[in-house]
Design a protein around this ligand. Structure first.
Ligand code: ADP
Ligand code: GN1
Ligand code: MG
Length: 353
């Protein structure tokens, strides 16, 4: 598909001359677009199997990017910017799917792995800053487009149902991994329990704080913008902090098949905690006390989701090879074991900030 017709519906500068698949996202289909006027864009075909209410999703994104843009005008920062359709809409509903276009953030990189600690520090500052900018955003304006997204208790019961269903007959081959999840079931209510019991505040959070969801300037090394706002919903800072650690403190890739390459980097944990806590100074004591644990719980949740998708026949996360989701699940479980043995040290690091 060349997407000429779809792109024609948006207010682009010039005619598209290059359209090619782009990035490493697991959810949407992303394309790099360049026009004959030299302008660059990102085109995304929105995953409507997951986001069934695209209109609500895009209203959320308009509201959040608008709120952040208002703050950025005061500081001269840039951010994620939607390009409207010629009809003035935030997205296009075409026969071939639902599409949105963003200005391409140039001279910046979405990193798949922490190449240097300073870069990870900047991502912590970016997510802390993102949280700061949303503290005065009215959560009631948002639609919860993916209800129970980080409800780990619900995720666990979905996992158990999937295991019983065993849709593609893979459960027997992964008994060891299933057992890993079930033996640690007590993790499931740790964060959700704090939130529902009112022990920690409900905030508007990003909920998908992987390092590759921050664009970092190739010239200054500073974060330019937080991207991938599909999951901005009411949640907890612990979801955001824990998910950043899950992805960034891995010495290997999220899908590394050789587990010897996958080790928890406590030095990077310290780097991230320092950047996050320096930027986000409004954390409560209970939030702070649970930061280290949140890294384990979020890794547990994500590993369980990868394993569940493997059991379901790879219907959720995009895969590039057979067993891809199983490889992803195994890296998460390796990280959990490492973090379990370092939890005291992680807690001390947080307390020292
Ligand atoms: P997914 O939900 O599938 O992860 P993302 O919104 O994160 O989709 O986009 C996938 C990738 O596309 C990002 O990791 C990044 O490399 C690239 N990308 C997304 N938006 C932009 C943008 N505005 N400018 C430059 N690159 C972008
Ligand atoms: C997905 O969209 P992307 O690739 O940034 C997923 C996250 C997972 C992550 C694991 C909407 O994130 O929840 O943590 O993969 N996003 C959604 O890499 O499910
Ligand atoms: Mg992404």
């Amino acid at each position: 598909m060349d997407y000429t017709a779809e792109l024609g519906a948006f207010c682009l500068a010039g005619e598209p001359v290059i359209v090619r698949p782009y990035g490493e996202g697991h959810i949407n289909q992303t394309y790099y677009v360049e026009t004959d006027a030299g302008k660059k864009y990102i085109l995304q075909r929105i995953n409507t199997r997951l986001f069934t209410d695209v209109s609500a999703l895009m209203r959320n994104i308009e509201l959040v990017t608008g709120h952040i843009a208002q703050k950025n005008r005061l500081t001269g920062e840039t951010g994620l910017t939607l390009v409207r359709t010629k009809d003035g809409a935030a997205y296009l509903q075409a026969d071939s799917g639902a599409y949105r276009v963003y200005d391409f953030i140039d001279n910046a990189t979405s990193h798949q792995i922490v190449a240097a600690p300073a870069l990870f520090y900047e991502s912590a500052v970016a997510f802390g800053d993102f949280q700061n900018k949303l503290t005065d955003f009215d959560a009631a304006q948002l639609t919860e487009v993916l209800p129970d997204f980080h409800n780990t208790v619900k995720r666990l019961s979905d996992f158990e149902a999937s295991r019983k269903r065993d849709a593609v007959g893979r459960a027997r081959e992964v008994e060891k991994e299933i057992d890993f999840v079930l033996r640690r079931r007590d993790y499931a209510d740790k964060l959700v329990g704090l939130l529902t019991g009112g022990a920690i505040p409900r905030r508007v959070t990003h909920n998908d704080t992987k390092l590759n969801n921050v664009m970092i300037s190739d010239t200054t090394g500073k974060a330019v913008a937080v991207i991938d706002l599909d999951t901005v919903m009411p949640g907890s800072c612990l979801y955001d902090f824990g998910d950043s650690i899950r992805f960034g403190c891995n010495s290997g890739a999220e899908d590394e098949p050789d587990l010897k390459q996958v080790n928890f980097r406590i030095d990077l944990f310290e780097t991230y905690a320092e950047g996050y806590l320096k930027t986000l100074t409004t954390l409560t004591n209970t939030e702070k006390q649970n930061l280290a644990l949140s890294a384990i719980v979020m890794t547990y949740e994500c590993g369980m989701r990868f394993l569940m998708d493997h059991l379901d026949g790879d219907v959720y996360f995009r895969i590039k090879r057979p067993g891809h989701n199983l490889d992803r699940a195994r890296t998460q479980f390796k990280l959990i074991e490492d973090m379990e043995s370092r939890l005291n040290a992680m807690q001390k690091i947080v307390a020292a900030q």
